[in-house]
Design a protein around this ligand. Structure first.
Ligand code: RAM
Length: 351
């Protein structure tokens, strides 16, 4: 079978998987904490679980927290809430964490804007009895119990470079990155791996000429995209590995003379990107299911706070409809592989 045929089958299978879990997102399951090996108890009911995203006005986190985390916490009969800053700046989350410590929160689920800035506050929260789960963007491993990683940094980077290479075509040329905040743990890990990937012979014709930061702010990201095009007249493509950045860059390109000429890919939500795939600004982009990420993070927090796992390598726990997961090295649990969205599948997904 051709590589393309195999890829099509693999994509269809992944889409089916994504679909199934999205469709099930509102199912209310049993309060199971059946952990398949790390203890036989169930998750305690009544746990207070609070999600603290990078920022609260971001559709990506609305989905991960309010569509995923909330459902999971409901399943194990805890109390769910989301709180956080409206701007994704390095230290903006600290005062929220301090408040959560004082309120005797059982589980704090946090996506860190800066791996160091929130560490002291999280350690105090742990001393006050909270379990700390990072998701999406990690802190230093020493100040959390587990990190729920959406996909490996290597897997994300490989998919981003492959997508921009396919979009730009065989001639290659100059490319740039429009990232989130300069200190974001997740984007920085992905960018480092993208550079490793770009060093491979098959990508010799792609040249990374700039990396800029839109701070996960729509206006700043729009202006940074505009600035990149003004500064690099030969630019052939932009990778924006942030849902805020890619949507803003797509909006800029679609209203400019660069539409369809300068390629754009990155990590986006299908609902924010649909119009730009349909109008030809973007051929493809990637993401995981944010609802599943939040759902898994909540279950990990529930298992920690119930003493079912300690967050050590080899610990296993069951995350409701997603099944069993094993804690890996450094307390990391991986959700799965990134998924690619194109004109063919974008109408089938809604988040
Ligand atoms: C933005 C945030 C988030 C990242 C996604 C892809 O919403 O930066 O941390 O995971 O994009």
């Amino acid at each position: 079978m051709s590589t393309r045929g195999m890829r099509a089958i693999a994509s269809a299978a992944l889409l089916a998987l994504l679909f199934t879990s999205t469709a099930c997102a509102d199912d209310s399951g049993t309060a199971t904490g059946d952990d398949g090996g790390a203890g036989n108890g169930t998750i305690k009911s009544g746990l207070k679980v609070v999600f603290l995203p990078k920022q609260v006005n971001n559709p990506y986190f609305d989905t991960s927290d309010n569509k995923g985390g909330k459902v999971a916490v409901g399943e194990f009969k805890g109390s769910y809430s989301q709180t956080g800053p409206s701007e994704a700046s390095p230290s903006a989350q600290v005062s929220y964490i301090n408040t959560l410590s004082q309120q005797q929160t059982d589980v704090i689920v946090v996506s860190a804007n800066d791996k160091d800035a929130v560490c002291g506050a999280l350690e105090e929260a742990q001393q006050a009895g909270a379990k700390v789960v990072t998701y999406d963007s990690d802190t230093n491993p020493s100040c959390r119990d587990v990190f729920i990683n959406q996909a490996t940094a290597e897997g994300i980077a490989k998919s981003q470079i492959k997508l921009i290479s396919e979009a730009v075509g065989a001639e290659g040329g100059e490319i740039a990155i429009l990232s989130a905040t300069a200190n974001a743990t997740n984007q920085n890990a992905w960018i480092a791996m993208m550079k490793t990937e770009l060093a491979k012979p098959e990508y010799a014709k792609l040249k990374l000429v700039d990396t800029v930061y839109g701070d996960d702010d729509d206006q700043k990201s729009f202006q940074e995209a505009q600035g990149l095009l003004a500064k690099h007249p030969n630019l052939k493509g932009v990778i924006s590995p942030t849902t805020v950045g890619i949507a803003a860059a797509a909006r800029y390109l679609s209203g400019s003379a660069y539409k369809g000429k300068v390629q754009l890919t990155g990590l986006g939500t299908p609902n924010q990107m649909r119009a730009y795939v349909k109008d030809g600004t973007v051929k493809s982009f990637a993401l995981w299911n944010p609802a599943d990420l939040g759902y898994l993070a909540a279950y990990a927090g529930g298992a920690l706070a119930s003493g079912l796992i300690k967050g050590k390598e080899g610990d296993t726990f069951t995350a409701g409809k997603l099944g069993e997961f094993t804690v890996g090295k450094d307390g990391v649990v991986v959700l799965g592989d990134p998924f690619t969205f194109t004109a063919e599948n974008i109408d089938k997904l809604n988040f």
